[in-house]
Design a protein around this ligand. Structure first.
Ligand code: NAP
Length: 253
């Protein structure tokens, strides 16, 4: 099998939340496979830019808060201005709020649902319109979660959003596969990022989680690179609507 199957040379990838954590790992991996990167970040993605440029990659930064749909047109326009086309979208930016369901606030519901689900959907829509118009096909990768399959605890809006993104991924695959757009998701297991800081600091939760991961360790952002490159490349041209766990075996338990 030719490794060209996985080459992203000449393709452009928008990665949201590219300044840190999983988004940073994905942006670097896609760049190393040859893609131009549009790093969409609320905070400055200086480390990501440095890492991409150090290995000869091209990156353009769009600073945006994704609480609302307002920046979407600009993200697409900036991508076309910088690199010509929108070929790959990675909907990675996401947030989490923890509270018991009995006390869960509307604010914590809306804050999570708007970024993790609403903005993610409308970014899919905006990018797919470009992909259809350009007739170059396209790849959309949504970042799901173990809580796309399981219930979790004390994270009502997060579970709703990640279960929602899994369903949406399948719906969009159904609608857009025939248009040459692959829509899939990656469901990360438990990774060392800001998102899981609270869990790792809680001795009991940390011990319980580790004991359940067959691989015996938390994931690190570069553990996601292979799955992201696969789903962004020609290698996955006949893969539609899948939610691909990268979880050290968590779901196998
Ligand atoms: P992270 O380090 O907290 O990164 C989250 C990213 O989303 C950051 O870039 C953050 O920007 C951005 N973001 C959050 N709210 C935003 C907003 N309103 N507007 C714009 N950007 C916003 O956590 P992570 O673990 O890498 O999370 C990345 C994705 O993976 C999320 O969708 C998360 O749900 C998912 N995930 C993570 C795990 C895990 O174990 N870590 C497991 C399953 C799924 P700032 O830095 O500016 O806040």
């Amino acid at each position: 099998m030719s490794t060209d199957l996985f080459s992203l040379k000449g393709r452009t990838a928008i990665v949201t939340g590219a300044n840190t954590g999983l988004g940073q790992g994905i942006a670097i991996a896609l760049s190393q496979a040859g893609a131009n990167i549009v790093a969409v970040s609320r905070s400055k993605p200086d480390d990501t830019v440095k890492a991409i440029q150090a290995s000869g990659g091209k990156v353009h930064v769009v600073q945006a808060s994704l609480d609302t749909l307002a920046p979407i047109d600009d993200i697409v326009a900036e991508t076309k201005r910088a690199f010509g086309n929108v070929d790959i979208l990675v909907n990675n930016a996401g947030t989490i709020r923890r509270a018991n369901a009995l006390e869960f606030s509307e604010q914590d519901w809306d804050a999570v649902m708007s970024v993790n689900l609403k903005t993610a959907f409308f970014l899919c829509q905006a990018c797919a319109k470009e992909m259809v118009a350009a007739q170059r096909g396209g790849k959309i990768i949504n970042i799901a979660s173990m809580l796309s399959f399981q219930g979790g605890i004390r994270v009502a809006s997060y579970t709703a959003s990640k279960s929602g993104i899994a369903g949406l991924t399948k719906l969009l695959a159904n609608e857009w596969a025939a248009k040459g757009i692959n829509v899939n998701a990656i469901a990360p297991g438990y990774f060392e990022t800001n998102n899981t800081d609270a869990l790792r600091k809680d001795e009991n939760r940390n011990r319980d989680i580790l004991a359940r991961i067959p691989a015996g360790r938390w994931g690190t952002p570069d553990d996601l690179g292979g799955a992201a490159v696969f789903l962004a490349s020609r290698a996955s041209d006949y893969v539609h609507g899948t939610i691909l766990p990268v979880d050290g075996g968590w779901l196998a338990r």
